[in-house]
Design a protein around this ligand. Structure first.
Ligand code: CMP
Length: 224
């Protein structure tokens, strides 16, 4: 897929006309990152915005003891790296490839020039930032107010909403789920088994199916 086609699929840029998209694509660099490679390091200075053309990346904080908390998982059409561009502060988190990933990289000056020329991009950017803030609020609420079963229920509902139906097709290991909800793999495995035994979800090798949405919603309180 050409850089112009990638940019056209990014909600942030899809209002741009063909000529603007082509100009944008000209100044974007394509980069490939193999699975597990670090794309951005927390605390590094930042001067570029990244757009996921294909693959999957995680936004993570890593503690001194090596424990990871996953703040977000981003895939095709998502962008990251905007925070350091906006406030000139260092990168707020690590971003690591979860799969082999292809990215488009835009330099700060080119991104800022586009925002100045097309203020609608700034409004869309705000919308994405607000939605990420809502996600972060929900995560904080879950961590403080829910037990592990509730947090697993909250995450499963969120993933089902993302895929628009009762089936979760994004494949996540129990280890990854644990890192997304601040728990351990063993505890997550136990919680998942309990949800299956109670008939709330069904798990196969390829997908997880929500069977009793209301029961999961009540476990997640109002935080789903
Ligand atoms: P920046 O701080 O430049 O580098 C790390 C990037 O991770 C950051 O920009 C955002 O793009 C992204 N990021 C940080 N926190 C979150 C979050 N809570 N949800 C989604 N993305 C995030």
């Amino acid at each position: 897929m050409s850089a112009t086609d990638v940019l056209r699929r990014v909600p942030l840029f899809n209002d741009l006309g063909d000529a603007d998209l082509a100009r944008f694509a000209e100044v974007a660099r394509e980069r490939e990152y193999p699975k597990n490679s670090v794309i951005l390091f927390e605390d590094d200075p930042g001067d570029a915005l990244y757009i996921v053309s294909s693959g999957q990346v995680k936004v993570v904080l890593i503690g001194e003891d090596g424990r990871e908390v996953i703040l977000s998982v981003l895939s095709d059409g998502d962008f990251f790296g905007e925070m350091a561009l906006i406030d000139d502060e260092p990168r707020s988190a690590h971003v690591i490839a979860m799969k082999d990933s292809q990215l488009l990289v835009l330099r700060r000056d080119d991104f800022q020039a586009q925002i100045e020329a097309h203020p609608k991009i700034a409004l869309k950017l705000l919308r994405v930032l607000v939605s990420r803030l809502r996600g972060a609020d929900a995560k904080i609420g879950g961590l403080v107010l829910l037990d592990v079963n509730g947090r697993v229920a909250q995450l499963l509902l969120e993933l089902a909403n993302e895929s628009g139906g009762p089936k979760i097709t994004r494949r996540l290991t129990h280890h990854t789920i644990a890192q997304m909800i601040g728990s351990s793999r063993e505890t997550v495995s136990r919680a998942m088994r309990e949800l299956v035994d109670r008939g709330l979800i069904e798990v196969s090798r390829r997908e997880i199916t929500i069977r009793q949405r209301e029961a999961l919603e009540s476990m997640a309180g109002s935080r789903a």
